[in-house]
Design a protein around this ligand. Sequence first.
Ligand code: SAM
Ligand code: SF4
Length: 452
Amino acid sequence: MIVDTDRIETLLKETVVTEDKVASVLERGAEAQGLTLEDAALLISIEDAKLREMLYRVAGAVKEKLFGKRVVLFAPLYLSNYCTNGCLYCGFRSSNRTVARKALTPEEVVVEAKTLEGMGFKRVLLVTGEDPRWDLKYIIDCVKAVYGNTGMRIVHVNAPPMDVRSLRRLKDAGVGVFQVFQETYHRPTYESVHPIGKKKDYDFRIEVMDRAMEAGFGDVAIGSLLGLYDFRFDSLATLAHSMHLYGRFGAEAHTISIPRLRPAEDFALKDVPHPVTDEDFKKIVAVYRLTVPTAGVVVSTREPASLRNSLIHSGATQLSAASRTNPGGYSKDALQTLEQFSTNDHRSLVEVMKSIVDEGCLPSLCTTCYRVGRTGHEFTEKTKAGEMVKFCQANAILTLKEYLADYSQNGTKEALEKALIKAMDGIKDTAVKKALIEKFKAIDAGERDLFL
Ligand code: SAM
Ligand code: SF4
């Protein structure tokens, strides 16, 4: 069994929150070595405002201990909005018949990726609906087209679950992270919101990350879609899923996303069965950070700017930016196709970078780990041992230096330059500082894609 949902239900029923218990769990959490599911059940059940603040503080400190001040940025790129499934909450579901559908050609995908590259992005997440007409070969063609024709340095994929053989082909095409959200781990709810299509199959979906790891993916990305069922249950189940992967393959989930339901075509906020408040959302971020401290915690543009700004202090490590959720949405003559859901943070990449800097953190466009093979088990263990922070901070600095060299005409140059100087001042390791200064010279001389 991948996730023991009975045990989670019992844990949630039996957990009694006291200040002493929370203090003791947070003391262990602060060591950044992870917590048990029992501990997570206690933390996710906190209601008291003072205890919540303590939780956020410790989670923020653990994030900084393991990853420094950096916040990684990326953008999704929607390939196709054709879908044969009927997920009741999604704009792409097959019953939405009146809306424009589009599967971008690989050439059109390149145009989109180049537009993102023009903003400064270096990593892109390809996202697609489920339709046998645009299958694995199509996705691979798109991955190859992006690598072959743009400056994108890493391509991740969020696509329907597939078998081991297909996953191996995806991995061989150079995909960094394979991402699938379970949506909800609560089987009866899962079955009721996925009434038709291949996605009906709960087991095929929950088992996909095991297949991905068998296929050679060191890095997989999971998440549950908040609002479908009780968030306490689904967040514990998501953590249990990551723990299962660690137990079987020695690697935690590389990232855990926290998608929260947004309005979509024929799906309004009033239709959300289990609404999740901002305060609960913040609690989930912090509990993920402390329970599985090596996992990236990803917050998308489904969330508003002010909330996202605050989450980078309580455990979030990655933000998407400037996102469009319709195929062709980035290009100059943006195609008027159906979007998957409406986003809630419409800032450009540079505006998000400026906010991160204003919050005292460091924007990062780093893609190093996937490319030097620091993935899976090795990434989990190095992060736990506190060895990643040095790389994360240094590589964030290098990507910011590059960004300033190539995209500095956009009015925020001064603020970003100041952040760069401050970050350099913060580097205490003389060997790292020396290496950075050398690489700065190389960037000034026109070299690109430098990392430690
Ligand atoms: N079609 C594939 C699938 O379902 O796995 C690929 C991913 S789908 C395009 C991306 C994710 O968007 C889904 O897994 C779901 O979690 C999320 N999503 C769908 N509808 C949403 C909505 N109305 N609000 C927020 N997120 C939504
Ligand atoms: Fe299709 Fe995915 Fe949307 Fe479900 S969530 S309708 S599978 S695109």
